[in-house]
Write a protein of this length. Structure first.
Lengths: 99, 99, 99, 99
């Protein structure tokens, strides 16, 4: 069970807007009902089996190419904790409880 | 006006838990009432004047050292858009409208 | 053909040193003779087939767990260019030629 | 004394090539003779006083805007070790010695 943030950015398209690509990337996530995910202003956070997450991100990475981009920069940050079950909700609560 | 995500991680403490440090980092943000911010499961997203954000992150970066850490890894991702006013809320809406 | 930088960091091991883990991660790369790679002060840069790279990084990500860590933070940055063959050497030369 | 990797990427420029911007970013570094730096295929690694590094990166971040970009994504990864003097060369050697 891992928590992974990813952001997928086309480089060199003629527009600074990337929301079209982000929305199309989220279409891929419909193929992964076992993965929890959350859109944030800076990326998409996924929660679930790490291999499944990598598989989903590899497909999401292709989406800008399928939509005309010729270069894509994808950032992936994995937080994988095995001493206890790391969840998005649990991470938030453990900080909020201490604020 | 920029949107910046940061995560600040102590390296080599004797515990895999970092929520204590994250909560103390958020104390710093009370000194920056002009900055909007949002906690996510993978970091803290800040919105506002970029120089002010860098100043706040530099102070947040010190917090784990002040609390016993001897090594800190800080990741900062800046999204700075100047053709229009980029806000956290605006970025979310522009994707959600296309889902 | 993609170029991918990764850094794999154990969290909470009780020592700020991570070089032992980095060196053991590089052992994994011996299983991937088709991948070019370069160690830098901030990570390891890999060049080759993106699926092979993801496969190698997924194995590298396990190494700290195999060596006693209970939490691992792995950062992966993919630069995937398809209008021309992106290589580590070509990227360096295209900047150095302009300095 | 910190070691910081940064990559500065213009978004939406109409060309997938970014080397022109990277080279112009390196011009900024001539104003910082106290900072060591190393170009890699995935970014520029700086070594020195963290405040000076942040100052330099803030200026480098402006370069694509000065050259026509309207959106810039800047990634910054700080490795700050205070139990011993962390240098680029020392980090490399401590891994290479264990390979």
């Amino acid at each position: 069970m891992a928590i992974v943030e990813t952001s997928i950015t086309p480089i060199g398209t003629g527009t600074p807007s990337v929301s079209k690509y982000v929305a199309k990337c989220h279409e891929v996530l419909k193929e992964y009902p076992d993965l929890e995910y959350q859109l944030t202003p800076m990326g998409t956070i996924l929660e679930g089996d790490l291999s499944k997450i990598f598989e989903a991100i590899e497909k999401m990475h292709e989406v800008p190419f399928d939509n005309g981009a010729s270069r894509v920069s994808t950032l992936i940050k994995v937080d994988d904790r095995r001493d206890k079950k790391g969840t998005m909700e649990g991470k938030m609560r453990s900080v909020l409880d201490k604020l």
